[in-house]
Each structure stands twice: as C-alpha cells, then as structure tokens.
Design a binder for this molecule. Structure first.
Ligand code: FCB
Length: 411
C-alpha cells in the first residue's frame, strides 16, 4: 500500500536555475572569457544556453502550470554592474520583470544574488584577493536590493565552498567535477562578503542566507579524524558561518567517502565501487544523501530554518529522475519528522541547462531543444507539481515506477 506524509503548511515546492546556465550570451563574465579562450580546458562553451534571458515568461509559466509554487533564479552581477561602479538600470528592470512574472503566477521568487559568475572587471582586479572584495559585494547587494522590495527570500551567494575552487576545477565526465584543495584565505574572504551582504539585506527586511554544497563526507572505518580534517575547509567552515543567518540553503546530490590514498597526504576521496550506478555527471546514484545533508547541516549550523535549494540527478532517463527524487523526498520527510525545520524543496533544475562545461548532464524537469530552444516538459515536472498541489511527500516508493536499467547494489 502506498502512503504519503503531509508537508508542513506553506512548504515551498519549486525548481532552481542559475543565470549563466540558462540565460545565454553572458559575455561580460570571466566564465565566458574562459570558455572561449584559445586552448581552454572547458569542453563546451555556454553560447545561447537556454535563451531564458528572453524566454523566462515561458519557463515561469510552465513551472507554475505544473503546480510548483517557488522559483529560484539568480541575478547576473556582470549585467547589472557591467563596469565597476556603472549600474545598468535596464538590466535591473529585466530582473524586476522576472520577479513580477513570478508574482503574477502566484510563484514565490527566491533570488540568488551571486551564482558562481563574476563580471570581467572583478577578475581583472584581484577577485577574492582584492582588499576591496567585501566592499564590492556589499555595494552590489545595495544595487540589487533596489528591485527586491517584495522578495522575502534572498541568497547572497551560491555554494561558496565550490565557487572558490571553480577556476581550478577539472571537468571529467567519467568521474564528475573534480575540485582541488580549498584556500582558507579565500574562504574567509567569501565569509566577510557574505556578512556584509547579510547586513544590507536585513536592513531591507529580507530573510537572507547562503547555500552550501553538502557533500555527505563518510569515513572508511578508522578514518574519521581524517574525514573531519578533509571536510572542514570544504564544507563545515561554510556551515558555521550560517549560524546567525535567517536560513541556510542545503544543496545535495551525492556522498564522498574518505579513506586511505597513495598520494602525499595519504587520505582523500575513495573511488566509487565498480558496481555503483553512476549518473551522467559520473556521480554515484545515492538519493539518501539529502537526509544526511540536512542532519549534518543542523549539527554544524544549529537549529536555523533550512530550504533545500538544490537536489536532483543528471540522467537521460526521466523515470530514474522520479525514482531518485522520491528517495530524496522520503529522506527529507524523515528529517522533518525528526524536528528539522525545512521550509521548502527546490529541484535542480527546471531546465536541461549548461552544466559548467557541458550540456551533456541533463538535470532538467523540462527538456530544451538546443537549436530551437523549444521547451518540452518531462513527466517528472508533472509528478513533482502533483506532490506540490497535494502538499505531500511520497513515501514507500509512491510514483517510483519500475526502472528497467536498475542494477543490483545501488541506492
Ligand atoms: C551545483 C551548482 C549548480 C549545478 C549543480 C549540478 O553545485 O550550484 O549550478 O551545476 O551543482
């Protein structure tokens, strides 16, 4: 028999995107420069992306039509402040129209001020190493705040713990995106900018916070101390910074097992077993990750409200997406039953988008034709929208259709 669990009243059900991954022609960013520089290591450039810069009304209408109630999207700093100190009122008006479009569909806008991409001038002038980094981010927050009147939920920065390693990340479609070691100096710089941005947003009466990539670090038995060591600058430092925030965004896809390695350090991530099912990013299929991520976040960040600001799977097999999301939502329902204060679930992603180097990993609830930009909702969009309309979490595998490709030893 199938059972369901009610979600808390007012629970936000939605999907997430990020400007650079969907808008197209985000030419004034350091990312665009890297994508198009001769000899780049980036396999594929972003180009027109999903042309959502022009097609956002259709995207928001599809999200709302399916029954979802929240849309997380990001502003592009490089458009709003194209040169240092130069404010584009036209671009601010563009993002204001996106907020209005959400409101006209009864959709709660959740706005990310910064999702990985920087204006060219920021990169040119020291980036996070500039002594002016905090002041610049603070000023950008002030500028952005002028269009956020009726927006309640604002994210200062997406995944600072991933962002600070991004330029050095290696994209490997077999083994996923590989991030090198973190820099404590840069981590502290992001924390200072976050605090300054938080102050501005609070003065404007917003619920504000940042999002953290939760990697669910697990230890090979006996390697717990090394796991804790590995985890601190990659995750826990960033969770600690959120202790006094209004909420924290929990982003979860996978787990990372720490144990012995042959390199100089002697410990690090273990390869996934050959039998593990892999997704199109090369990550292990592990929907339970979300429950662990929520519990770990509470342990480190304390008892502050949480929103799942990203969770999803790169797959060409939409029933498998539903299966993964069923497992994740079940883990989420268990966490809520245990007293964790989760206010919403935003699926990554609304659209098949540009995944930082490649269009191959398809995370979307909606497919996008790469030539015509035509949108085709997948069954998973209707499925998630239906849960939203009923405000229930699936339990006992509700709506988790049989999947022909399932392999033993997974999930
Ligand atoms: C997260 C990013 C998001 C997307 C997903 C798959 O780390 O925030 O932009 O790429 O991973």
């Amino acid at each position: 028999m199938t059972s369901v669990t009610s979600a808390p009243e007012g629970f936000l059900w939605g999907a997430a995107t990020a400007g650079h991954q969907i808008e197209g022609n985000n030419v004034n960013t350091g990312h665009w420069v890297n994508e198009y520089s001769p000899g780049t290591q980036i396999p594929e450039p972003s180009g027109d992306a999903c042309d959502s810069y022009h097609r956002y009304p259709e995207d928001i209408a599809l999200l709302a039509g399916a029954g979802l109630t929240a849309y997380r999207f990001s502003l592009e700093w490089a458009r709003i402040e194209p040169e240092e100190g130069v404010v584009s009122r036209a671009q601010l008006a563009h993002y204001r129209r996106m907020i209005d479009t959400c409101r006209s569909h009864g959709v709660e806008p959740i706005v990310t001020l910064h999702h990985f991409t920087f204006p060219r001038w920021w990169d040119r002038d020291g980036g996070w190493y500039s002594p002016r980094a905090t002041a610049r981010f603070e000023r950008y927050t002030e500028i952005a705040s002028t269009i956020l009147d009726d927006v309640d939920w604002v994210i200062t920065m997406n995944e600072p713990n991933m962002m600070i390693n991004q330029s050095e990340a290696r994209i490997d479609t077999e083994n996923g995106v590989n991030f090198p070691g973190p820099s404590p100096h840069v981590a502290r710089a992001t924390a200072a900018a976050h605090r300054a941005s938080m102050e501005v947003l609070r003065r404007h009466g917003k619920n504000a916070g940042w999002t953290v990539a939760n990697q669910v670090f697990q230890a090979v038995p006996g390697w717990e101390d090394q796991r804790d060591e590995w985890q601190y600058w990659r995750e826990d430092f960033f969770l600690e910074q959120a202790r006094d925030d209004d909420f924290i965004g929990v982003q979860s896809y996978l787990r990372t097992i720490i144990g012995p390695t042959d390199d100089d350090l002697g410990y690090g991530p273990q390869p996934w077993p050959d039998t593990a099912e892999r997704t199109l990013t090369g990550w292990e299929y592990y929907p339970e990750a979300l429950g662990h991520a929520l519990r770990h976040t509470r342990r480190v960040s304390g008892d502050i409200p949480m929103i799942v600001t990203e969770n999803g799977i790169a797959t060409a097999d939409d029933p498998r997406r539903i299966h993964y999301t069923t497992g994740a939502l079940k883990a989420l329902a268990d966490a809520i039953a245990d007293g964790i204060d989760v206010r919403g679930y935003l699926h990554w992603s609304l659209l098949d988008n540009y995944e930082w180097g490649s269009y191959r990993p398809t995370f979307g609830l909606i497919a996008v034709d790469r030539e015509t930009f035509a949108r085709s909702p997948k069954p998973s969009l209707g499925w998630l929208g239906d849960l939203a309309r009923r405000n229930v979490f699936p339990a006992d595998g509700e709506h988790a259709p049989e999947f022909a490709g399932a392999r033993a030893g997974t999930a």
